[in-house]
Design a protein around this ligand. Structure first.
Ligand SMILES: Cc1cc2nc3c(=O)[nH]c(=O)nc-3n(C[C@H](O)[C@H](O)[C@H](O)COP(=O)(O)OP(=O)(O)OC[C@H]3O[C@@H](n4cnc5c(N)ncnc54)[C@H](O)[C@@H]3O)c2cc1C
Length: 415
């Protein structure tokens, strides 16, 4: 057994590094106001409900265009979408590697844009979409026709089988009524993937349908934006009032919308974990470097065990989590990924928590400057803190592991 990453993966990482130096760093250098201590101010359109500024989005679009031209942007996507169908291991290694390089235009945290794109909705459309629905695919990749995701509601998040939003059949149309919360990027979207109960009763897994609703449809209204820990943000409250869509708006099958949602979330969980592990590795390395150079009480901080030991704990945890993520991704390439969703959940909640702890420790080790926006750690903390709630919160991930550990819900009981 060889525990090295395969040579084709390490070669790809080196290729990405060279591309970043040649094509992305110069672009970043020309636009430093988006990356230095003023970054939130430069990026946020305060007069437009705290949404991202048009100039900031334009810069992301240019980064993505360059990455697409170089053949990197679509790497993780199916071949039918112009992608290279990279393995889960390849994508996890890339996510970890890019995050471990620290903050930058190559892998920006704000809306999770990266030179190797993260488009979890695209494989879902490729697998389940009609030819007409698949027209969204290229628009999503190029940023010209975004499709947002509307599952969460004011009354329900983790318990997605209890949605209050309803869809009632009216001839060959459906009429949707309800409210959606945390409807990310819907303000710039052309379509909104809305989940609504079309049959069955609260708590049933069947009976929820996914509809692609054009955002210009009468009755579909973006009400306001939620301001978050990490500005700018683009996470809206959306109202659906007598929204009428044809039967052809259904993505996949009537009543089987949760399968669509599950596939979307599952795509993201392992990648999010890999990004968190990489960002944790960056924070730990930077803190160790600073501790070696900072002189306190006449000697380097690194000589103090109170500085060493917390970083040693994090370093040990990071090594284990990182390797478990790579092993899980490797296994996902060999069997149905949903069969090992407990392993994916372990990766997710442990890596996201680790990243927050590592960013917090890096702030502490850097003292007052660690707390300032001149250093990247507070930004890393704010972003990755979100991962402990979205894509299934920590508790929801643990709930999944418990299903396997105790043999609930038809899952295998661990011996
Ligand atoms: C920045 C951001 C962007 C988002 N983007 C989107 C998006 O684009 N589309 C979308 O649909 N949603 C989005 N979400 C919503 C996100 O998916 C939900 O916030 C998440 O699923 C949790 O739901 P909730 O907020 O309703 O919390 P709740 O489900 O009410 O949970 C509250 C707390 O209770 C815990 N809890 C819940 N059930 C259990 C249980 N059985 N056992 C133990 N503890 C439990 C939770 O872990 C949590 O800590 C986003 C959220 C944020 C913060």
């Amino acid at each position: 057994m060889d525990f090295q990453l395969p040579a084709e993966i390490t070669a790809k990482l080196a290729e990405l590094d060279a591309f970043i130096e040649a094509e992305i760093k110069p672009l970043e250098a020309e636009n430093m106001q988006f990356f230095d201590h003023r970054r939130e101010n430069a990026r946020t359109d305060w007069d437009n409900d705290g949404r991202p500024r048009a100039e900031w989005r334009a810069l992301i679009a240019e980064m993505e265009k360059r990455a697409d031209r170089a053949g990197h942007l679509r790497m993780g996507l199916p071949k039918s979408c112009g992608g290279q169908a990279a393995s889960n291991l390849m994508v996890a290694a890339i996510r970890e590697h890019l995050a471990a390089k620290g903050l930058g235009l190559h892998n920006d945290l704000q809306d999770e844009s990266s030179i190797v794109g993260n488009f979890p909705i695209v494989p879902v459309l490729a697998a389940y979409g009609t030819p007409e629905q698949k027209l969204y695919i290229d628009g999503i990749i190029t940023g010209e026709m975004h499709l947002s995701f509307a599952l969460t509601e004011p009354g329900h998040g983790s318990d997605a089988t209890w949605l209050d939003t309803t869809a009632k059949r009216d001839g060959d149309h459906w009429v949707i009524n309800g409210m959606k919360r945390w409807n990310s990027q819907v303000a710039r979207a052309h379509g909104n993937l809305v989940f609504a109960r079309s049959s069955g009763k609260p708590g049933d897994a069947d009976g929820i349908t996914a509809f692609i609703v054009p955002t210009a449809t009468p009755g579909h209204t973006v009400l306001f934006n939620h301001w978050t820990f990490n500005m700018p943000s683009d996470h809206a409250e959306t109202e659906l009032k007598d929204v009428r869509v044809p039967n052809s708006a259904i993505l996949y099958k009537e009543g089987q919308g949760l399968q669509v949602a599950q596939r979307f979330i599952h795509e993201n969980r392992i990648r999010q974990a890999a990004a968190s592990a990489g960002a944790a590795r960056y924070c730990i390395a930077e803190a160790a470097k600073y501790a070696r150079s900072r002189i306190a009480f006449g000697e380097p901080l690194s000589k103090k065990q109170a500085i060493q030991f917390p970083l040693v704990e994090l370093y040990a945890e990071c090594e284990m989590v990182r390797n478990f993520i790579f092993k899980t991704a490797w296994q996902m390439d060999r069997q149905d990924a949903l069969e090992i969703s407990d392993m994916v959940s372990i990766c997710n909640f442990r890596a996201n928590r680790l990243c927050c702890e590592a960013a917090d420790r890096a702030m502490q080790t850097h003292g007052g400057m660690g707390y300032s926006r001149a250093m990247p750690f507070e930004h890393i903390y704010r972003h990755h803190r979100r991962y402990r709630i979205t894509e299934g919160s920590e508790e929801v991930q643990m709930r999944r592991v418990a299903q396997y550990l105790f043999g609930f819900a038809g899952k295998r009981a661990t011996q």
